[in-house]
Design a protein around this ligand. Structure first.
Ligand code: LLP
Length: 425
């Protein structure tokens, strides 16, 4: 299993050889920094799978997509915008018609037009999509995303299986969907299940059996099975990775049994988002105020939930490290609450699900020191907003000893782009 290199609530002076001080003096704060070497390691971990399909929703900067493409990874797209991102990053459908797959529970008009224009392979998450794709692209091969009737995630909000989830085709509707596919001249060549994000081996492994049962109902038209995403990464000290060898063996055994039943080979895909990029990402902020409120000490930053929404959305825990401006590191640790600049009391990075403020033991720090939210590469920048009139922050990439800006800090012009004031009547 990979070694954990995250700094858990301690001091960090550099990221992959670049001093925090130098990064912020060049690009200011807040900023996201991604360490490419970490992404490369994670891609290598998954080499046993035939296809690694990156769920780009986790971090969709075109530079990251380009680098993953060069590492042999293909992508999943959930919207017209994500399809266009993949194309902009150089994914070439002529070279590999399956290098971009559209996976969603609905087509909006724009996505359906783009799917048709590029003859994209579609992973249908609703029965209605079968008819819609049949009309747009008669004779198309499709994948069905099945909701196996159970799911699991790090939060109820990231559980994507079971009757409370809107995702996928209900497992009992498969035969009806196959009929629908026949009727609308669509061939089911792929089967896919994704039960949730940040789940564990126990739940992930139940998916193999569920998928096998459905695959036998679909039959010999199948050429691809997908294990979906959901692989967890350690956010807290003591958490570990899923045993990937064991995970792969379970899926490989399922695949082999199906190959025997069908008499032809099947390609085995995995569709991770978080696993590939979470640990590569750091959100660097500056401490702008340190204040005492009764028994609580607050470190208030120049980054808020508009920059990293996971804590307010899910009570997600991100490891935090401190970089002292002076370079002198006080050894003393204190209990603090870490918050942002937004005019909203939920703008707290150290909170539990339900919005309960939690204290974190962190090194003593002062105004002007830097605070780094770690393991922030997945569902970090991509979920950022302009709330409170804040500019979205730059994204930086460290690769082979160089620091690249892969997205500039937004300006006021970006903030009001597209807005206009109608003439006063
Ligand atoms: N495949 C499908 C169909 C998905 O819906 C997702 C995630 C993935 C793959 C990738 O899942 P991953 O390997 O990253 O767990 N914003 C939440 C996570 C939402 C995930 C949505 N779908 C968070 O910050 O934890």
């Amino acid at each position: 299993m990979p070694a954990v290199t995250t700094s858990f609530d301690t001091i960090r002076t550099e990221i992959s050889g670049f001093a925090i001080r130098d990064i912020v003096s060049q690009f200011g704060t807040p900023c996201y920094v991604y360490d490419m070497s970490k992404i490369e390691e994670r891609v290598k971990d998954l080499a046993a799978f035939d296809v690694v399909r990156y769920a780009q929703k986790a971090c969709s900067n075109i530079a990251i997509l380009d680098r993953l493409r060069r590492l042999g990874v293909v992508v999943d797209a959930v919207s017209a915008g994500e399809v266009k991102r993949a194309l902009a990053a150089g994914f070439d459908l002529k070279q590999d018609p399956h290098c971009i797959v559209y996976t969603a529970d609905v087509f909006d008009q724009e996505a359906l037009a783009l799917v048709k224009e590029h003859s994209l392979h579609v992973n249908c998450g609703s029965p209605d999509m079968i008819e819609q794709i049949g009309r747009a692209m008669p004779g198309a091969n499709v994948t069905l995303r099945i909701n196996p009737g159970f799911g699991h995630g790090h939060s109820q909000k990231t559980n994507t299986g079971g009757p409370q989830s809107k995702h996928g085709i209900w497992h009992e509707d498969v035969v009806e969907c196959l009929r629908k596919a026949d009727l609308h001249n669509v061939i089911v060549t792929g089967l896919h299940m994704h039960i949730g994000s940040g789940t564990d081996l126990e739940h992930l492994s139940q998916v193999c059996n569920a998928l096998e049962n459905i695959a036998l109902q679909v039959g010999r038209t199948l050429t691809t099975i997908s294990a979906g995403g959901g692989l967890p990464v350690p956010y807290r000290q003591g958490q570990t990775y899923v045993d990937l060898e064991q995970y792969y063996s379970l899926w490989d055994a399922t695949r082999k049994r199906l190959e025997k039943a069908f008499g032809h080979s099947l390609s085995l895909e995995i569709e991770p988002g978080r696993y590939l990029v979470a640990e590569s990402g750091f959100l660097i902020a500056e401490i702008r105020a340190v204040k005492q409120m009764g028994e609580n000490t607050f470190y208030l930053l120049d980054a808020g939930f508009n920059d990293l929404a996971r804590p307010i959305l899910y009570g997600a825990y991100h490891p935090i490290s401190i970089s002292h401006r002076s370079g002198r590191a006080p050894s003393e640790q204190i209990d603090v609450v870490v918050g942002g600049p937004l005019c909203e009391s939920g703008d707290i990075f150290t909170q539990e699900e339900g919005g309960f403020v939690a204290k974190r033991k962190l090194p003593v720090a002062s105004v002007g020191d830097h605070l780094i939210l770690e393991v922030a590469g997945a569902y970090g920048f991509v979920m950022a907003s302009n709330y409170n009139g804040r500019f979205r922050v730059p994204e930086l990439l460290i690769e082979n000893g160089k620091l690249h800006c892969i997205r500039a800090r937004e300006t006021f012009e970006d903030l009001i782009r597209g807005e206009s004031i109608p003439p006063a009547s």
